[in-house]
Design a protein around this ligand. Structure first.
Ligand code: NOJ
Length: 717
């Protein structure tokens, strides 16, 4: 009998339920703490997993209690939200998505895992894979944006990065794909609200990133807090056991969200903790995070015959198997053994700087950027300029609030203090406008004005939905005053927007000379921004969400299905708004560089394509600008005639090319024809013969895409 079966054979019910319980031991908390002090319970073997504890010494001590003082000596799983870095922060995930760079996604996850493992952690509650098309939802900041294909690529890269080749390595973390599934579709973008969308949308839009994470070997999955059409995900047996385990063949651990098992009572499907625990276990949830429902409820549920010992054992087995895969039985102290060397930490900061720059999207540039090195006086105005802590974004792991480089510090580091005067003007969210006059005074001496505005970090992330997506507080008043003064003085204004979502500020975008969407760039924010503004690097980020021009457009996404009455300005009875454009202000994929790129000569390797073929798609790219830059080229498809109406554009690939001024090259993108399968009328995948458009270009604006056509044919007999 192997070790795990032997242990299960020896365990009391209380010890088994301990392995199915995760409780908070420390710092960061996002909900009520139910299970109080864990120390005695760890020694008694009745708590087997912890969250929110980090620091090599502290972890070691808790692990010691479990391994050396409990009867069976089973090590603990210790998890934390290492979402976009641990102590060193990379850009928020929505920003990282904007880099469209799978290698970078994997690399930052690898570095985050290494740093967190050195702090004793074994599990990260990441990657967050919720596709989000509603900018009101604050958690858009934590995920990959609006596109399922992009989300799937990010899922693979992140799982690879966090877990590396071997989970038992001292620098590997178990990844947790969250929040399964469709959390991003909460009603009206309000966090924790009900989700009620079609089964097709669940599977076409929200499932692909999770399927990709499972295919990449993700160790664990976390169900969403939300219900899907009345069945909370924590009790959704059809999607947890039926789909995730049986259909996708996921054999890892399912860990509930914070107190989500207990919240089944408020959802209105469980009368008490006993019923809640039974519903969750029977649906497939192995670990109860923070509700303490399994320990308190499952003994009674077992007596009543609501759950079986076989199901409890199956969950315990999965948890112990994960602990074994993580190498915890062989050496529970392997993570956090060796402190990291200074050069390793320094190299990570350099990666954070590069990643920060790659995440930033230049939405607009009338030619003022990059600034000349000779700029004598750059007036830096706005409440986000000297706001180091905000640069961390809505979830900051273990990062010190003082640690990030602010915009001001980055620019002063590069240009010297005297050349970079600063006034905040207003607070991020206050009513006090007394500082506006001082800010305006800086404009007269300036060669250019950098306006740093946006949200505070706490205005996105969990429990941070917003109904108004403009600038909070009196920032608009400040920005308008600066724009007006600058126009009178003929001084250029560069706006840098900080946010966990697309902000709806068309007035600012129209009037500023250049606009950068910086999201929250992380530890090296100010240096990354300075690198771009001063032209040390060319911007290369592309927006992973369609950027709205009006609140009424939200939810907004490019992958819409055709209407029977497509919008026509000349025909009233067509699909459009009377008072706003239906197109976004910036299409998905939009982002300028310091190059000027022209695409030509789209070639497709085959005209007739069957399901197992791979099509090679090539397009020439020329840089007609005066600076070296990197262009991103997107591949979309459109299946024009199918048994189920297909979206007008579907992302299926992207490629990048870096070109010097005057240089040309070719981007090649491979398309596996089986990617053109879709869910037929019965929601099963089909490959239907017929014409498919291949559309290639710089963003999801059809008017800017080169088009070719291929014909899907049945395989040769
Ligand atoms: C609640 C969040 O929804 C989840 O993403 C996170 O992992 C847990 N809290 C633990 O912090």
């Amino acid at each position: 009998m192997n070790r795990i079966e032997r242990l299960i054979g020896e365990m009391s019910l209380a010890e088994k339920l301990g392995q199915l319980t995760m409780t908070a031991a420390g710092h960061a908390v996002t909900g009520p703490i139910v299970a109080a002090d864990a120390t005695e319970a760890i020694k008694a073997g009745t708590i087997g997993n912890l969250l929110n504890l980090f620091g090599a010494d502290r972890v070691r001590e808790m692990q010691r209690l479990a391994v050396e003082e409990s009867r069976l000596g089973i090590p603990l799983l210790i998890g934390f939200d290492v979402v976009h870095g641990h102590r060193t922060l990379f850009p928020i995930p929505l920003g990282e998505a904007a880099s469209f760079d799978p290698q970078l996604w994997a690399l930052t996850a690898r570095e985050a895992a290494t740093e967190a493992a050195a702090d004793g952690l074994t599990m990260t509650f990441a990657p967050m894979l919720d596709v989000s098309r509603d900018a009101r939802w604050g958690r858009s900041a934590e995920g990959p944006g609006e596109d399922p294909w992009l989300g799937a690529r990010m899922a693979e890269a992140k799982v690879r990065g966090f877990q590396d080749a071997d989970l038992c390595a001292a620098d590997a973390l178990a990844a947790v794909a969250k929040h399964y599934c469709a959390y991003g579709a909460v009603t009206a973008g309000r966090d924790y609200a009900s989700v009620d969308i079609s089964e097709r949308t669940v599977h076409e839009v929200h499932m692909p990133p999770f399927a990709a994470a499972v295919a990449a070997g993700v160790a664990a999955v976390m169900p969403a807090f939300t219900d899907l059409a009345g069945i909370p995900m924590t009790a959704n047996g059809a999607l947890l056991t039926g789909w995730l385990r049986r259909r996708l063949k996921f054999d890892g651990v399912i860990v509930s969200d914070f107190n989500a098992v207990g919240e089944l009572i408020r959802h209105g499907i469980a009368a008490d903790l006993t019923q809640a625990a039974a519903l969750a276990l029977n649906a497939g949830v192995d670990i109860d995070m923070m509700a303490d429902a399994y320990r308190r409820g499952l003994p009674t549920a077992l007596e009543r015959g609501w759950v079986s010992m076989a199901d409890i054992d199956a969950s315990v087995r999965r948890v112990l198997q994960l602990k074994a895969r993580l190498g915890l039985f062989d050496d529970p102290y392997r993570r956090g053994k060796t402190p990291e060397a200074a050069p390793v930490i320094a190299a990570r900061r350099q990666l954070a700087r590069a990643a920060g720059a790659r995440a930033i999207v230049m939405l607009k540039n009338d030619g003022i950027l990059p600034l000349a090195e000779s700029v004598r006086n750059l007036a830096v105005i706005g409440p986000l300029a000297d706001a180091a802590a905000e640069m961390r974004g809505p979830w900051w792991g273990a990062a010190d609030p003082e640690d990030p480089v602010s915009v001001l510090a980055g620019l002063r580091g590069m240009l010297g203090e005297l050349r970079v005067p600063h006034q905040p003007g207003v607070e991020i969210d206050g009513e006090n406008v007394a500082g506006i006059a001082g800010a305006l005074e800086l404009c007269a001496q300036a060669d250019a004005i950098l306006l740093c505005v946006g949200e505070s970090a706490a205005m996105s992330g969990e429990a941070a939905s917003r109904a108004h997506l403009g600038l909070p507080g009196r920032q608009r008043q400040l920005a308008e005053a600066v724009l007006e003064r600058a126009r009178a003085l003929r001084k250029p204004v560069i706006a840098v927007l900080f946010s966990g979502r697309a902000l709806i500020v068309p007035w600012l975008i129209e009037r500023a000379d250049a606009v950068l969407a910086a999201w929250f760039p992380g530890s090296e924010a100010g240096n990354a921004i300075a690198d771009l503004i001063m032209g040390r690097l060319s911007p290369s980020g592309r927006t992973p969400v369609s950027w709205p021009c009006a609140m009424g457009q939200v939810p907004l996404f490019y992958g819409q299905r055709p209407s029977g009455r497509p919008g026509d300005p000349m025909d009233r009875f067509t699909s459009k708004y009377l008072d706003a454009p239906d197109a976004p202000l910036f299409a998905f994929g939009h982002g300028l560089t310091y190059g000027v790129f022209a695409l030509s000569d789209l070639r497709v390797s085959a005209d007739r394509v069957s399901e197992n073929d791979t099509v090679e798609i090539r397009v020439d790219v020329a840089n007609r600008g005066a600076r070296t830059a990197e262009e991103t080229v997107f591949l979309f498809t459109h299946d024009k005639l199918a048994s189920v109406a297909r979206p007008l554009l579907e992302l299926k690939g992207f490629g990048k090319i870096r070109l010097n001024p005057g240089q040309s090259g070719t981007v090649t993108i491979f398309l596996d024809a089986n990617e053109l399968c879709f869910l037929g009328p019965d929601l099963e995948p089909v490959f239907e013969p017929g014409e498919v458009e291949i559309l290639v270009g710089p963003c999801a604006d059809r008017s800017r895409l080169l088009v070719a056509t291929i014909h899907l044919v049945p395989p040769c007999p």
